[in-house]
Design a protein around this ligand. Sequence first.
Ligand code: WAQ
Ligand code: MG
Length: 239
Amino acid sequence: MIYSVKMRASKLEDKKELHISGAERIVSEEYLDEILLSLKERALSHEKGVPNSINIKIENINEQEILNLKALKVREIDVLNLENGYKEIKYFLESKNVINPQKVIELIKNTSNMRGAMVLNIRTLERMEKDKARGVRVTYMDYSNYNKRTCKKDHFLEALALATKVANAPGIVGEVCISDDPNYIKGYVSSKEDGYVRITKLKKLGDEKGSRVFLYDPNLCEIEETIDFLENKKVLIHE
Ligand code: WAQ
Ligand code: MG
């Protein structure tokens, strides 16, 4: 039996639920106990504070529904400064025939506090998400051979898994990501053709803003198919 395990931890501040940490895994039954323990550890040891609620969801999934994907190839562009970082995003957007790259960059820079990603129609720049404050959240992905015993946060590996799933989604021609972690200034652009292209500087140290954009080409498929894949398709990534 294969299980999807998702953890979400939050705390109440001024009567508002504040997100502290979240993670997910896809594992076989023999690792389930260890994964639960490790996710609990992760929830309780986040720098954002101690949660007063930890939500753990366990679902069994059918092995036949799992899509196996090879991880995107990774390369890095070492940029001198922020401006050059944004330029790399601009070149990428141009190469994907996005109608107004500068406008998209402004949108990415000025959006934050979403749980999911913006999905942009590259021909009209229309936002395709139903819930625009939340965005579309990509779930049900993990590595096939990842260390089954720990769930320690690794920005890069988690981003690579997400980017690999997104790059293989029908209708998606690319992704741009800037972390919302104030101490994490690296980001990336990615697509099936380009692979995962890490950019070393995409924000100022200490900046709490961050967001993700998925580039959707309406000529390729219906948006419902794209979003259903992103949210529900079970994916195992092979390194
Ligand atoms: N699905 C869709 N969007 C998401 C998801 C998800 N599962 N998780 C986060 N986001 C969105 C959300 O708006 C966040 O604010 C934004 O992406 C950034 O998320 O190679 O850590 O988790 O070293 O802060 C890049 C690694 C790390 C670069 C990215 O993103 C490298 C990162 P974060
Ligand atoms: Mg973050």
